[in-house]
Design a protein around this ligand. Structure first.
Ligand code: XMP
Ligand code: MG
Length: 176
């Protein structure tokens, strides 16, 4: 089945404005704290890069890679960390940054892992939220956009490694 990504859901300008808004809120709450900003690879890389530059507060940046094995567009319950943090987070203010929360499995798993490391505080920021798809309860502390149950790409999000470079966020459709 061929797919296309021509239907724009969120334009570059709309995303930029939202990132600025989120960054202003976060910067206000973390002022003077030097948080560890944890990006989940690969999808969050572009969002995190824009977010910290808008936040304009000192922070440590680190990344994790989390794999879930299952069908292509789905998250299975089988989740593992394939690249862990290099930064000790005990006693630190941790802000996890993710592109999208869908079933909630990835973030609920990762939040538990970080909690065991005893951070001073732990919050999660997601650019996109698909609340209708939840399998496990999960609420992020900062949410950019709540969207319908559609597969989206661009601004770091991919479909089989395609479309991450797009400046906007688009809905993936089938061409046949
Ligand atoms: P869960 O289901 O664990 O999923 O909350 C989070 C991860 O699933 C991927 N995901 C998507 N990726 N477009 C994407 O490019 C989407 O619409 C989408 N929905 C879920 C993504 O990797 C996310 O980190
Ligand atoms: Mg992801």
């Amino acid at each position: 089945m061929a797919e296309s990504a021509t239907k724009i859901l969120l334009t570059e300008q709309v995303i930029r404005d939202k990132v600025k808004e989120l960054a202003a809120t976060i910067a206000g709450e973390y002022n003077g704290k030097n948080p560890v900003v944890v990006g989940i690879l690969k999808g969050a890389c572009i969002f995190l890069s824009d977010l910290i530059r808008e936040m304009q507060i000192p922070c440590t940046v680190d990344f994790v890679r989390i794999a879930s094995y299952g069908a292509k567009k789905e998250t299975s319950g089988n989740i593992t960390i394939t690249k862990d943090l290099e930064t000790p987070v005990k006693g630190r203010d941790v802000l996890v940054v993710e592109d999208i929360v869908d079933t909630g499995l990835t973030l609920s798993y990762f939040v538990e892992v970080i909690k065991q490391r005893q951070p001073a505080t732990l919050r999660v920021c997601v650019l996109l939220d698909k609340p209708k798809r939840r399998i496990v309860p999960f609420s992020a502390d900062y949410v950019g956009f709540s969207i319908e149950d559609e597969f989206v790409v661009g601004y770091g999000l991919d479909y089989n490694e395609k479309y991450r470079y797009l400046r906007d966020i688009r809905i993936v459709g089938s061409t046949d």
